[in-house]
Every structure is written in C-alpha cells, then in structure tokens.
Design a protein around this ligand. Structure first.
Ligand SMILES: [Zn+2]
Length: 440
C-alpha cells in the first residue's frame, strides 16, 4: 500500500486535545507519525494540506442505507459513496429495513455485504424489539455478540413502558447504548408536520413537541436504577433539550444528537406543501432551532448525526400527507454544521470535530477500535477539510441514489477534500477557483 505524507495541515484530534499545524505520515494503513517537518524519504506521495483541517475520519451514528428491501432508494454501495463524498469514514445504519435488522444473521449479512460493496466502514444498530414492533425484546445479547454497536427501533419509539423497561435492562447488560426515536405514537396519529400556525394554515395534522418530550421523560425515569446508556436521537424541541440538560446535570447516562435540518430550518420550510421538508421528527420553530443550537454549545448535545433518509422522487411527489418522512444528509452535513454552529460563533472547530468523531465513537463503542481519533499506530482514517471553499448544493453532483433534500441550491462553505480509510485514499479533490475537480 502506498505511503502518504500529509504536510502542513491543521491537525485537530479532540480525543488527545491536539490542535496544531503538523505533518501526518500514513504507512501500511496506519498513522506512522505525527509531527513537524517529517521526512519525505521513501514516501510514495506527498499531499499539501496547508490551510486545511486534518481530522479523524468523521463518524455518523445515524443513517438509513435501505438495504435490505429498499434498494430503489439507497444501497450500502450508494449510501457509503455519499458518506465518503461528505467526509465520513464510518456510518452506523438503522434497522428499519425490510426485513428489520433484528437477528444476528442480518447483522452479519450487513457486515459481509458492506465488506464487499461499501466504500466506507458500516456498522449496524440492531432493532431492540422483534420485527421492530415494540412488543417483545429482540435477542439483544446475541445481537451484541454479532456486532451490533447499539440498539434502536428507529422509525418508531418503543411505546410500551413495560417493554421499554425490559429493553433498557437487557441493553444495559451489553454495555451498548439504547438509542430512542422519541415519538409517543398516540400523540402523532395523522400528524404530518409540527403543530403550529403553518400546519393550521395548510390544514395538515399537527405533531406536538410533547410527543417527543413525554417519551424522553418517561425513559429517563424508567432508566433510574437500570443505568443503561440512553441516547436521544434527532432531538427537535426546546423542551427536550431542557429535559436532557437536567438529566445530565443529575449525572444520568443520557446523551443526545442533533441533525443538520433541526439546526437550520423551521416549519416554514414546509410551506407550499414542500415535501422535501417533511421529516420525522418535524422541523419546528425558531425557538426550538435556537434551543438545539444552545444545547450543542453548552454540551447538552454531544453528538451530530444526519439521519440520512433517502426516498425516491415519485414518493416525495405525493401529496404532503402521503409523502414519506425523511431527507438525505450525508453529502451536505459538514457545511451545514459549520453554518449553524461555527459561523454563528457558538462552537470552535475542535468542538465541531469532537461532535463528529470521538463523541459518536464513544456512543457506539468504536473508540476501542481506534476510530474517532488520530494516534500513532492507529488506523489511518482521516478527513481533510477545506473550510474556505464555497460551493452550491446541486442535485446532479450527489453520489447517493436519492435527491430528497430541502437544501438544493443553497450556497455553502467548506467541504471534505480528501478522505482516507485504513490508509487508502477514497476521496480526493483539487480545490480550484472555478470549482472542484476530481483528483485523477
Ligand atoms: Zn428516527
């Protein structure tokens, strides 16, 4: 394997507290050295990274790759190509596939299929209940042994408190995290978007904040005395942020993640029955966007996740009530995070990188594999970011199979220009004043 020297980049590794200009040498798939003016002798390739950020490979702990059963929307191959284009080296796929990922055989199927077809690392978050029906816990111990890095019925919350309590106990024994899609289903029947003045004006069923908040409150109470690692997926309401903040202040093992759309958009984006902005949980109001951002800024929310949810154009062309929930995120996330969090002065680059590397690595237990950090001897998973390059999000440039995003046409700043996984370069751009050209 070719040895590579990255020179003069701003190396940011939150796991070790590193933030300095340095060179990084990659050899035999691993980080061979980090330091000033590293020797070029015997190096096959030198890449100049001046004015660029060199980060651990980005990790997205919440994506939908639609395999098996939804290959017309996305596959492990196309979804991982989108991940790499967006700067991600590792993604964790959710179990709401057909069939649901609720057996050790299916977890192993994803791993072997990913090894053959995916261009980045793919791990599975297995279903917590059989068939993802919320009625009976899945074989959680066996799923963990088969390689599941977490548990979730994502797409649905677990409605039964009794089942939830058993799931928390069983997942707690594995040491993995339980990740809740917080939606109390009896409060969201017929709901298509956030309950507010826009839903009233459009005559659409409203989805109240409390549908999310009561499930988080309930779960935190159930988890007292159990102590499972409990993670709130795609937090959307100001009240939810406050509940998580309080639980963390009490020392409870609670974490939360935020998605790019909940950091930037409000329910106004659904106006004119724009199905591209139909997402679960829904886009809410400016006060919620501000609260989610503040939650990130004050350390209540420690993980960023796209909830990449591909859907076909003909499905999103349906009337708003019938169109599926969800939008893609992998290829557009990085500049949207910087727009919402760095350009607003809320957090620094090192903190943003932490939210995208060491924090999701810890959530999913990937830190023990050496992922989410830059360390000599560790796997050379690296993302090189040009923070200053301006570009426009265009449908024709997207590598994934689906195009459902409300951000098409948005002018953004910053993107991944090179990505290495296990020392192999899987993405390379040459930034130019007239745009970006694929590296030969
Ligand atoms: Zn979800």
């Amino acid at each position: 394997m070719a040895s590579v020297l990255l020179t003069g980049g701003r190396v940011i590794d939150p796991a070790s507290g590193t933030d300095k200009v340095a060179d990084i040498a990659i050899r035999d798939g691993c980080i061979a050295a980090i330091g000033k003016n590293l020797s070029r002798s015997g190096v096959d390739r030198v890449i100049t990274a001046t004015d660029q950020v060199i980060a651990p490979g980005l990790i997205d702990p919440h994506v939908h790759l639609r395999e098996p059963g939804g290959e017309h929307k996305e596959t492990l191959a196309t979804g991982s190509a989108a991940a790499v284009a967006g700067g991600f080296t590792t993604v964790c796929c959710m179990p709401n596939t057909t069939p649901a990922l609720d057996s050790p055989e299916l977890v192993e199927f994803i791993a072997s299929r990913a090894a053959k077809t995916a261009s980045c690392r793919v791990f599975t978050v297995a279903a917590a209940t059989k068939g993802r029906k919320g009625e009976e816990p899945a074989e959680i111990e066996l799923l963990a042994r088969a390689g599941s890095v977490g548990f979730s019925d994502d797409g649905d919350g677990i409605a039964s408190a009794g089942v939830m309590s058993r799931v928390l106990s069983m997942v707690g024994l594995t040491g993995r995290a339980f990740m809740q899609h917080c939606q109390e289903p009896t409060l969201t029947r017929g709901a298509a978007m956030h309950a507010g003045d826009v839903s009233l004006r459009l005559g659409l069923g409203g989805w109240p904040r409390v549908a999310e908040e009561v499930m988080i409150e309930r779960d935190i109470r159930l988890n007292r005395g159990i102590g499972c690692r409990y993670h709130v997926q795609h937090i959307s309401s100001a009240g939810s942020v406050e509940i998580v903040r309080r639980a963390r202040a009490e020392g409870q093992p609670v974490t939360a993640e935020a998605a790019p759309h909940h950091l930037l958009l409000t329910h106004e984006a659904c106006d004119h029955y724009n199905t591209m902005a139909k997402v679960n949980p829904p886009l809410r109001e400016a006060v919620d966007v501000e609260a989610v951002r503040q939650g990130v800024a004050d350390g209540t929310i420690t993980v960023l996740a796209t909830d990449h949810a591909p859907h076909c154009a003909d499905e999103k062309a349906l009337p708003f009530e019938e169109a599926p929930f969800g939008l893609i995120g992998l290829e557009t996330a990085l500049p949207l995070y910087t727009e919402a969090l760095i350009e607003t002065g809320l957090i620094s680059w090192p903190r943003l990188i932490a939210l995208l590397t060491v924090e999701p690595a810890k959530l999913c237990g990937l830190d023990v594999l050496g992922l989410g950090s830059i360390r000599v001897g560790g796997p050379a998973d690296l993302t090189v970011i040009d923070p200053a390059v301006d570009w426009t999000i265009r449908a024709e440039d997207l590598k994934g199979r689906s195009r459902n995003t409300p951000f098409l046409g948005r002018k953004v700043r910053g993107r991944a220009v090179a990505v290495f996984i296990n020392g192999r370069q899987v993405l390379g751009f040459t930034p130019r004043s007239d745009g970006l050209t694929d590296h030969p």
